[in-house]
Design a protein around this ligand. Structure first.
Ligand SMILES: O=c1[nH]cc([C@@H]2O[C@H](COP(=O)(O)O)[C@@H](O)[C@H]2O)c(=O)[nH]1
Ligand SMILES: [Mg+2]
Length: 229
């Protein structure tokens, strides 16, 4: 397999923000006597804030409007996301790919506003990514599991790949795996939730499954090997 371009998911893949989303949404649901379940979370992962909110309101039958959800969740996110941390192996892999001039992009369900907040402690590292494709303010772009966000990222590299199969996507969500496959790309699955919570039919379609990015072997994909391995 000859990979020339890498596309990274943000939440739960580069940043340890899925645990923060869970904390915030548990807080949002508690006053209504509702439990934020993993089953609902899996459906929300990769979606825009508004789509994710509509899923939560419908699945848990929350007595709030979309606007109230956005206001309440945003207030919790503003407090929580500035402390977002990188996941293990991220710094090493990103720096390695950048050192070898492998184009790296981000394609996320996050809004650009929350992206800036989540990455505020890591601005030097995140300068290495180009393009960075967020879901909002481009409201019209279809979110994962549609392939659009990955296709948009591939097109916007300064040297776009000749074929989508030269792109390797890194994902932690079922919606993300589906989107990468629909874009005809290869996908490294690094779960951010316990593996048995995912639909086995979806995750068996990933090119490889790793329990951490520390286990990623670039050599297997035709990418430059780590010198320190
Ligand atoms: O528990 C949750 N996880 C994830 C999301 C949504 O999924 C996106 C994660 O997208 P990705 O992993 O594609 O960066 C978040 O920005 C958010 O909009 C959410 O609402 N709730
Ligand atoms: Mg993710």
């Amino acid at each position: 397999m000859s990979i020339t371009h890498c596309i990274f998911d943000l939440d739960g893949l580069l940043l340890d923000t899925e645990s923060l989303y869970t904390e915030c949404l548990q807080k949002l649901c508690a006053p209504y006597g509702k439990n934020f379940t993993t089953e609902t979370k899996l459906k929300m992962m990769g979606k825009s804030s508004l789509e994710a909110g509509r899923i939560l309101i419908r699945e848990l039958d929350l007595p709030i409007t979309d606007e109230e959800y956005l206001a309440k969740s945003n207030a919790l996110y503003m407090e929580t996301f500035p402390s977002s941390e990188l996941l293990p192996g991220v710094e090493r892999l990103i720096q390695h790919l950048a050192d070898h001039k492998i184009p790296i992009g981000i394609a996320t369900g996050s809004s650009f506003e929350l992206y800036k907040l989540k990455t505020s402690k890591h601005t030097e590292l995140f300068k290495l990514f180009d393009p960075i494709i967020c879901t909002e303010p481009m409201e019209l772009r279809l979110t994962k599991p549609a392939p659009d966000i990955f296709l948009a990222c591939a097109k916007q590299f300064s040297n776009p790949p000749l074929s989508m199969s030269q792109c390797l996507v890194f994902e932690d969500a079922e919606n993300g795996i589906r989107a990468a496959l629909a874009a005809q790309m290869h996908v490294v699955f690094v779960p951010s939730l316990p593996i048995n919570t995912y639909d086995p039919e979806v995750i068996k379609q990933a090119t490889v499954t790793l329990d951490s990015l520390l286990k990623f072997d670039p050599d297997l994909f035709g990418l430059p090997a780590f010198n320190d391995a």
